[in-house]
Design a protein around this ligand. Structure first.
Ligand code: ASP
Length: 353
């Protein structure tokens, strides 16, 4: 309580001194690559390479940012986010947790490829500890494209990160004029600039004319996992179900060191009879099995067509398979108790729905 009061007092002091000195907020950008930093030979085609342009070039391409904030940045990696790894996640969270301690930094922007942005956003949401805004952004079109979306997305992400209204909202994604919660946002389209949406809950807000407007109250899942000191993360994989599936892939996972398996089932997380026994065997071997669904919207609910209690399966609730994998990885850093892990999935699913 005392600690909370002193943090609030410090935040208030910084705010007052900024206003008194007419200072602009300080936003720190961490760049990881992606299409926002991509270049292509043609300005009209879809062929390009992600992760080519360095952070300073990205910042210099949007001079309007300097009108509203003081900005600094650093390059963490420069990769396509299809190559995102546990190692980069752990580096990112460590660096962000360090930066947010700096009283001179008001908000953080992470530039990131769009392919796995929703996974990194959720990972950071559950591991970064701060009330300061942390905002991911990227682009669907490379920097060399006609009508590239990266510059405005970066500007908008900085607007969101610099706003006092963005505090206490957890990690967010700012894309195409909308702001989304990490647990909700999904990449919905392979090529359109209108790709990111929160189909189950709707966006948190919008960014327009250099201002963010929230349609929702602040809020954040009361879940936090401390990954400081970890150099690796538990191995968790996803099995994607389909009609006519056989047990080959599921069987291969049993002897491969997986601590968790997410089953991207059909419908409400249903499991083909050809692999049901393999998932039971996984449980008998101590592997946690989470039932999720390949259907893009709606929850995977407990005890629907599957007797979860009897099989000791966890239902992913509102998390899709790739997000369920993130929460399962983090859960396994502190417990192997399937009922406790079910509680984590229930808890995260109560937010913003
Ligand atoms: N493959 C790219 C990436 O995720 C796509 C993008 O950024 O839009 O890095």
């Amino acid at each position: 309580m005392k600690r909370l009061a002193s943090i609030l007092a410090a935040a208030l002091l910084i705010l007052i001194s900024h206003i008194a000195l007419g200072q602009k907020p300080n936003v720190y950008i961490l760049a990881t690559g992606g299409t926002i930093a991509g270049t292509g030979a043609s300005s009209t085609g879809t062929a390009y390479s992600a992760g080519q342009v360095a952070i300073q070039t990205l910042i210099d391409a949007v001079p309007q940012i300097q009108d509203i904030v003081q900005v600094r940045g650093e390059q963490v990696v420069n990769i396509g986010s299809q190559d995102m790894s546990d190692e980069v996640w752990l580096r990112l969270v460590e660096r962000i947790n360090e930066l947010v301690q700096d009283p001179d930094i008001d908000g953080i922007v992470v530039t990131h490829g769009t392919d796995t942005m929703e996974e990194t956003a959720l990972f950071l949401d559950l591991t970064v500890q701060t009330s300061k805004p942390v905002v991911l952004t990227g682009a669907m079109r490379p920097s060399t494209a006609l009508s590239a979306d990266g510059p405005l997305n970066l500007f908008n992400a900085v607007v969101v990160a610099a706003s006092q209204d963005s505090r206490d909202r957890g990690v967010m994604v700012a894309m195409n004029g909308q702001v989304h919660a990490a647990a909700q946002v999904i990449k919905m389209h392979t090529t359109s600039v209108e790709s990111f949406a929160s189909p189950n809950a709707g966006p948190l807000g919008t960014v327009l004319n250099g201002k963010v407007n929230y349609q929702t109250a602040p809020g954040h899942a009361p879940l936090h996992f401390d990954v400081s000191g970890l150099r690796t993360l538990p191995k968790v994989g996803i099995i994607y179900s389909h009609s006519g599936i056989n047990a080959d892939m599921a069987n291969a996972m049993l002897g491969a060191g997986y601590q968790g398996i997410v089953h991207a089932g059909v419908g409400n997380g249903n499991i083909h009879k050809a692999i049901f026994h393999v998932l039971d065997k996984a449980r008998a071997n101590g592997i946690i099995v989470v039932r999720s669904s390949r259907v893009p919207t709606g929850p995977t609910t407990l005890e629907n067509e599957v007797d979860d209690e009897a099989h000791q399966f966890v239902a992913s609730q509102w998390l899709n398979p790739q997000k369920a994998r993130v929460l399962l990885i983090l859960s396994l850093t502190c417990t192997h108790d399937w009922q406790q892990i079910q509680e984590y999935f229930n808890t995260i699913s109560t937010i913003h729905i």
